[in-house]
Write a protein that binds this ligand. Structure first.
Ligand SMILES: [Zn+2]
Ligand SMILES: [Zn+2]
Length: 148
């Protein structure tokens, strides 16, 4: 693929793991997009004041030994968690078919993939101040985050 936006550093496989290390994954290509997400769901899932995720094509990502525990809390949203430590692993959204969203903090190469925009900036915590010039999407950034 030549139209990716986050390939500046490397074409080497991307790897990562959960907190306890039982679940690992690798992607055969760099993420097609990385973004912050300020939505309340991502805050709950991660426990962090803001989440940041990397978007991969589903067929490019392999989890080992498996994707752990799968949870469907909201319609159209599937999230998975390490079966051992419970770390959030991935999210899939019916409105963004073919893509899997993995917390950028799980990546071994997280430093190489800075977020490119802020999704759901309208839900940002008032006390959180991130001073960058990235684009802010007040609502969903789905127009920017889907398959490309
Ligand atoms: Zn979110
Ligand atoms: Zn784990």
């Amino acid at each position: 693929m030549s139209d990716r936006t986050a390939t500046s550093c490397t074409e080497a496989p991307v790897t990562g793991r959960c907190y306890c290390g039982v679940t690992t994954f690798h992607a055969s290509a760099p993420p097609s997009f990385v973004a912050y997400c300020h939505c309340a769901d991502c805050r709950r899932v991660t426990g962090a004041p803001v989440a940041a995720f990397a978007a991969f094509r589903c067929e490019e990502v392999t989890f080992a030994p498996d994707e752990g525990r799968v949870v469907n809390t909201n319609p159209g949203v599937t999230r998975s968690f390490c079966g051992s430590c419970g770390s959030p692993l991935a999210g899939r959204y019916d409105y963004l078919p073919g893509m899997v969203y993995i917390g950028v903090g799980l990546l071994d190469q997280a430093d190489a993939y800075p977020p490119a925009r802020h999704a759901h900036a309208g839900e940002k915590l008032a006390w959180l101040h991130i001073t960058d010039d990235l684009e802010r999407d007040v609502g969903s950034a789905r127009d920017h985050l889907g398959p490309r």
